[in-house]
Write a protein that binds this ligand. Structure first.
Ligand SMILES: [Zn+2]
Length: 273
């Protein structure tokens, strides 16, 4: 019996789910896939009426999975591009520069392996990840490493925000909506606050810094702080307003010391030669 005859013998002829392939063949009243040899169409009888029962063969299932996977990949990539844009939105015309700061593009740095591992370990259980305090000399790569972490974590499709307190103050909006704005920073899976300590030195600013850091710690989500402040200053600060901020930080962060000559300065000299 040919495939056409097979269908002729069935009372229900709407084979919406079956597309005939040249390799398909008929055997014992069923249609088989010529590649995986699974049944694609068979006849079911109900009250003496014959119905075609169409089911996908293994090849079709695999193709479906592949299609779904491709769609998911595409969706994730679009999500990643949008997350990356949001992460570095305050860097405006320097965004591309930020996008290019990756571990792969980095010079061998004392902390590269540690930061890379930290980013690699960032997964669904990220809430148990230790936060980081990157401190030490100016221009030795603290912000650079933090940016590399941001890019690596973004690639895993997590949301990241990189900002600083001057930017937070600038974006905080109307007085009635400020807490809402500060709290919204905890929507991100990872929050990176660059250059703690360079913000205006005022009681008002300290309130913002404390509020944001305290809320972040209470949200149980990881964060990274970079600062040029010395650890001895952080540990021994007797300014009450600052001390309560630093105490929270010390309790929540893994400290990572950056030492050396300023790379930025060295690069500038190199470029002049
Ligand atoms: Zn097949």
């Amino acid at each position: 019996m040919s495939i056409n005859n097979f269908f002729d013998n069935l009372s229900n002829k709407s084979f919406d789910y079956y597309t005939k392939k040249d390799t398909d063949y008929e055997k014992d009243g069923k249609i088989y896939c010529g590649i995986c040899h699974k049944v694609k169409v068979q006849t079911l009888y109900l009250q003496n009426m014959a119905f075609p029962a169409v089911s996908p063969c293994d090849c079709e299932l695999k193709k479906d999975e592949e299609k779904q996977r491709n769609l998911k990949e595409q969706e994730n990539f679009i999500k990643y591009l949008s997350n990356r844009e949001i992460c570095f939105e305050s860097f405006k015309d320097k965004k591309n520069e930020m996008y290019n700061k990756t571990f792969e593009n980095s010079d061998d740095d004392k902390h590269l392996d540690y930061c890379k591992k930290w980013a690699e370990d960032f997964n669904e259980n990220y809430k148990s990840t230790d936060s980081l305090l990157l401190y030490g000399d100016i221009g030795v790569g603290k912000s650079h490493q933090a940016t590399c972490i941001a890019n690596a974590v973004l690639l895993k499709n997590f949301t990241v925000k990189m900002t600083d307190f001057a930017e937070i103050e600038k974006n905080q909006g109307d007085i009635g909506k400020r807490k809402e704005y500060y709290n919204s920073l905890n929507d991100y899976d990872l929050l990176i606050i660059d250059d703690l300590g360079v913000e205006r030195n005022s009681e008002y600013m300290q309130e913002i810094v404390f509020y944001v850091i305290n809320k972040r710690i209470n949200s149980n989500k990881p964060f990274i702080i970079t600062t040029n402040l010395e650890i001895t200053y952080i540990l021994n600060c007797d300014d009450i307003g600052k001390k309560r901020i630093y105490d929270r930080l010390i309790g929540a962060c893994e400290p990572l010391e950056f030492r050396g000559k300023s790379k930025r300065f060295a690069n500038r000299i190199k470029n002049k030669q």
